[in-house]
Write a protein that binds this ligand. Structure first.
Ligand code: ADP
Length: 447
């Protein structure tokens, strides 16, 4: 494992940002602390060092942010912005994200643990291109006209049409696995359509959202159009989803919290979009190339340290090639270079937090206790930082917790199967949806 004790090579902007040490939140165009004065500590998961503090938002701060968003939605310049002006602002924001891409990637790496190189290539560039994509929608939102068949007043003629209008104040609550990208996925549609937003980043990873707040200001968004409230779930998330001034909730995170948010939305009659957990199957067919399948399966589970909602966390390989696939997968897992996300050679960074590391290691222990065999990895790497070795578990059965529950870490369970009907039933034997993949033989026309 590599450890970096120097950060001299960080971009100048990253160093300046980190040197500030405390980062206030953005409410109504002002950078403010929590009304209570409370702060949250932000740690670097690679070395457990304190990187920064942010305000610990509470119901009073959430209320101020929702009111600022409401006022920006109803008065001020934003409601008068023409679609083409909303488009131009989103394009400008995308350019700024790209301009400061290196800084955003470095911040993401230090805050979340992920590789800065991958954060730049994936998180930042997908965020920028997604904002551009959504910019295009601003000018293409249309209603419809229709002939109506109203039966009474036979002589009367009717003109009927629909208009699509912004729903109002959007509460956007995001998880810690792709902090910048998830924020962009929430902001893009809301801003393209003319809504205003209260964004709450995850308490583990608030920094890229706060940096993005500066770019939002620089792009020229009027005060209050985007508000960013930092804080934890009970302190800031729950009061935000329960606030009667919110018209729409969009959430990415755990299924457990998603259920609470669904109930809160129902109580307020707010619209809601939830993107939750997964336990996605990867099915390897009998006549496919085992080496290719193993390489794909490794990428499916170990990308972003397995902290991906659609990670391929269940591997089903046909019994004829199961041993070879598993051997290649275990070799791939053992070969991955574990290290600090700022090291360009790193392939597996730390998990986001001690809590997550303990949870993932706890699942590996549960697997062992229920009879699973650890053929690669099997626990924590090192004793500083939240590193978990890429792990493969075999000798597992459908009913075991490691097969049924989302682990959200670099742990895959592998099972052999006999026939397609059997594996299809196993693949579907999960409370989750989200993703599935199938590895076909080379040259197969079905993809
Ligand atoms: P994970 O379990 O992966 O850490 P969570 O679903 O707990 O993910 O967190 C995702 C986001 O939801 C974070 O921003 C977190 O602060 C927020 N959150 C957690 N609990 C609640 C809650 N009760 N109401 C609203 N938001 C919450």
């Amino acid at each position: 494992m590599t450890a970096l004790d120097k950060t001299d090579f960080l971009s100048e902007k990253t160093r300046q940002f980190l040197a500030e040490r405390h980062h206030p939140m953005l409410i109504g165009g002002r950078w403010v602390d929590a009304a209570s004065g409370q702060k949250l500590e932000v740690l670097n998961p690679a070395d457990e060092a304190l990187i920064a503090t942010v305000p610990a938002g509470s119901p009073a701060d959430v209320d101020a942010a929702v009111k600022a968003a409401r006022s920006a939605f109803e008065t001020g310049p934003w409601p008068r912005f023409k679609p083409a002006e909303r488009e131009r602002l989103l394009l400008r924001l995308a350019d700024l994200v790209e301009r400061d891409g290196q800084t955003l990637a470095e911040i993401e790496s230090i805050d979340n643990g992920k590789s800065a190189a991958i954060a730049h290539a994936v998180d930042v560039s997908v965020a920028a291109s997604f904002l551009r994509y959504m910019a295009g929608w601003a000018t293409k939102i249309e209603g419809s006209t229709m002939d109506v068949s109203v039966p009474f007043m036979p002589q009367a003629e009717f003109v009927a049409y629909t208009r699509k209008e912004p729903v109002g104040v959007v509460a956007a609550i995001v998880a810690w696995n792709f902090p910048l990208l998830l924020a962009a996925w929430k902001l893009g549609p809301a801003l393209a359509t003319g809504c205003t937003v209260v964004l709450k980043p995850a308490e583990q990873t608030p920094l890229s959202a706060l940096y993005l707040g500066r770019l939002i200001e620089e792009a020229g968004y009027p005060a209050g159009v985007v508000n960013i409230v930092t804080g934890d779930g009970p302190g800031a998330g729950a009061p935000l989803t329960g606030h009667p001034g919110v018209n729409k909730i969009t959430f990415t995170g755990s299924t457990e919290v998603g259920k609470l948010i669904g109930k809160a939305a129902m109580d307020n009659m707010a619209r809601v979009t939830l993107e939750l957990g997964g336990k996605s199957p990867v099915i390897v067919l009998e006549d496919c190339d085992p080496a290719m399948a193993a390489a794909g399966a490794a990428n499916a589970i170990y990308f972003n340290q397995g902290q991906v909602c659609c990670a391929g966390s269940r591997l089903y390989a046909h019994k004829k090639i199961f041993d070879r696939v598993v051997a290649d997968l275990a070799a791939a897992a053992n070969a991955l270079k574990i290290g600090h996300g700022l090291d360009a050679a790193t392939q597996i960074g730390p998990l986001v937090s001690r809590e997550q590391m303990d949870r993932v290691c706890g699942y590996i222990d549960i697997g062992r206790a229920q009879g699973a065999e650890v053929v690669a990895g099997g626990g924590r790497a090192g004793d500083v930082g939240y590193f978990v070795r890429p792990t493969v578990l075999t000798q597992v059965e459908q009913k075991m917790r490691v097969v049924q529950e989302e682990i959200f870490g670099p742990v895959v369970v592998a099972m052999p199967y006999d026939d397609l009907d059997q594996v299809a039933a196993w693949a579907n034997d999960t409370p989750y949806g989200l993703g599935a993949s199938c590895v076909n033989p080379p040259g197969c026309s079905v993809r």
